[in-house]
Write a protein of this length. Structure first.
Ligand code: TNX
Length: 546
């Protein structure tokens, strides 16, 4: 008898698991929440009378109102005031924890309640609610399951990097991109605004930079740089979507956007930089003494570490850029800086002697320390593409692990030296790499392939003990722009791999599962196609037919 009842309850619990796991009951939520309890009934979104908000939750109310408008075809009124005990509403409530991203979402037959621990949590509750309405065909459905979701992120930094330096991305397209990433709980747009191929910010202090160094690779009819008004508008738009914009001015390498305008700032001579074959380009741009790069690659013309003018000009440039972006984070690049020109520069060599710097790599640490003095004045924390051979980064630095296969070494080193790190590993999070072999129609430099599955295999904690990953702040996916020539191409490379990445950043390993992920991805791709976007269709998983 006893055995029989144990068997019965085992069977019943298996049946429950079975029901939960049935496709129709597993909503396509990305990133996967910490816990979802299905309550077995349904609610019609059409029956909702309005949106009720408490004082602190107002920021997300109009976002929800617009999103629901698309579905039910009318703007639900937003009412402020006491939210207790009301039925038939979407109720938004906000706790007092300013930076918390945790939230709860309850859908019952009496209405919807979203409670965030802070404003970001409310916003994320709203984005999850919008996904609860997504059906398998990628359309929004009005009859939704009743449920209770409790959710909070694993990591606080979930970023995507855009590179308008290589191919300019007009401001409107940047805003569209932000709106999409925010819907999937990304919270940082890392904006790579300068490189060897361009300078993309309007500067009042150094107008020649945007006037001369923005002429390549820009969609017809666009300026090729962002005006300060546009940048402020992008920052404000991002803030409404709980996205922080982190600017990057890459240095001391990848600096031709500046060096073409001010050749005296590098230790390479104009003769050395001008190679046979550059004459044609220079003829087209008579004001320039050297060529802005019109091809991918790494320039060896570093900013001269010993030239006081470098620090003077950069204190003006950085000052102006710092004031445009309210984020306390500032990315100073620091990647791929071949130090040969410092080795052959008599002034750099003299400086090394004077400062008793034994290796040329120490000069890199000196350079970063000098730049950091400028950033400190504006209350900014320096962020770097981490290079293992740089002996010392400023103590308040944040590093990005990026080089293929070297993340673990970078994480170890950051832990040892006491700074925080963000994981953007080449093998999982480089979304300029093709989705599939041959997936780049443009010529590229034999980039490796990053499949969706490879992107999903990423564990930013690399299975380390909790205390050994406490300094890992989160994840970033990079969309380097050499081969991304259009907005269409940007989405094609970013999605669906960014779904995989954001889940690595948001969801605990215990709730992540590749098979289950592939089931959740499809409706989001179908939704994007309906919206006229062209994300990559992983036919290796779903077959040819969409
Ligand atoms: C390396 S990743 C770079 C970029 C290129 C990218 C192309 C990094 C910090 N630097 O300048 O665009 O490879 O994949």
């Amino acid at each position: 008898m006893k055995v029989k009842s144990i068997c019965m309850s085992l069977l019943m619990s298996l049946a429950c698991v079975g029901i939960q796991a049935e496709d129709k009951n597993v909503l396509p939520l990305i990133p996967k929440p910490s816990s979802v309890e299905y309550l077995g009934k349904s609610l019609s979104v059409n029956s909702l009378k309005g949106i009720l908000v408490d004082q602190r939750a107002q920021a997300s109310a109009s976002y929800l109102q617009d999103a629901l408008n698309e579905l039910v075809g009318r703007k639900l009124p937003i009412k402020k005031g006491p939210v207790k005990g009301k039925t038939g509403f979407v109720v938004l409530r906000c706790g007092s924890q300013k930076d918390s991203e945790a939230y709860e979402l309850k859908v019952t037959q009496s209405g919807v309640e979203i409670r965030g621990e802070g404003p970001r949590g409310v916003f994320y509750g709203v984005t999850t609610f919008m996904q609860v309405m997504l059906n398998e065909q990628g359309a929004l459905q009005t009859d939704i399951p009743t449920l209770h979701i409790k959710d909070a992120p694993r990591f606080g930094y979930r970023g995507l990097m855009l590179d308008p330096a290589r191919h300019f991305i007009p401001a409107d397209a940047v805003k569209r991109f932000i709106a999409t990433m925010a819907a999937y709980k990304f919270n940082v747009l890392h904006f790579h605004l300068s490189d060897d191929q361009g300078w993309r910010i309007e500067l009042k202090s150094h107008p020649k930079l945007h006037e001369y160094s923005s002429h390549y690779n820009k969609p017809e009819g666009t300026r090729g740089y962002y005006t300060q008004k546009e940048l402020k508008d992008i920052v404000a738009f991002a803030a409404r979507h709980q996205v922080e914009v982190v600017p990057e001015i890459d240095m001391p390498g990848h600096s031709m956007g500046v060096v073409t305008v001010y050749p005296e700032l590098t230790c390479r001579s104009v003769q050395e930089m001008n190679q046979p074959g550059h004459e044609e380009t220079l003829k087209k741009h008579p004001k320039m003494k050297i060529r802005l790069w019109d091809t991918p690659g790494v320039s060896e013309a570093l900013l001269c570490a010993s030239n006081p003018k470098v620090y003077k000009v950069y204190s003006e440039i950085l000052g102006e850029v710092c004031r445009l972006f309210p984020s306390p984070k500032f990315h100073v690049g620091g990647d791929e800086a071949p130090m040969d020109c410092w080795k052959s520069c008599p002034d750099c060599q003299a400086l090394m002697k004077q400062k008793q710097l034994p290796k040329v790599q120490d000069l890199m640490s000196f350079f970063f320390a000098e730049m950091n003095k400028i950033l400190k004045k504006y209350g900014k924390q320096p962020h770097y593409w981490y290079e293992l051979d740089v002996p010392k980064y400023p103590e308040n630095a944040v590093a990005y692990a990026w080089r293929m296969g070297l993340s673990q070494a970078a994480i170890d080193r950051a832990q040892k030296d006491g700074f925080d790190i963000i994981c953007a590993p080449g093998e999982h999070a480089y979304f300029d790499y093709p989705n599939i072999a041959g997936g780049h129609p443009q010529p590229n430099w034999g980039m490796p392939t990053t499949t969706l599955e490879r992107a999903y295999q990423f564990d930013p904690g690399y299975g380390r003990k909790a205390e050994d990953q406490a300094h890992i702040l989160g994840v970033e996916g990079t969309l380097w722009g050499e081969c991304l020539k259009s907005e269409e191409r940007l989405y094609h490379m970013a999605y669906p791999r960014s779904f995989a990445l954001v889940e690595a950043g948001w969801s605990a390993m215990a709730v992540r599962n590749w098979e289950d992920f592939t089931k959740r991805v499809k409706p989001h791709l179908l939704k994007m196609y309906k919206a006229g976007l062209d994300p990559y269709w992983p036919k290796e998983i779903y077959g040819e037919k969409k």
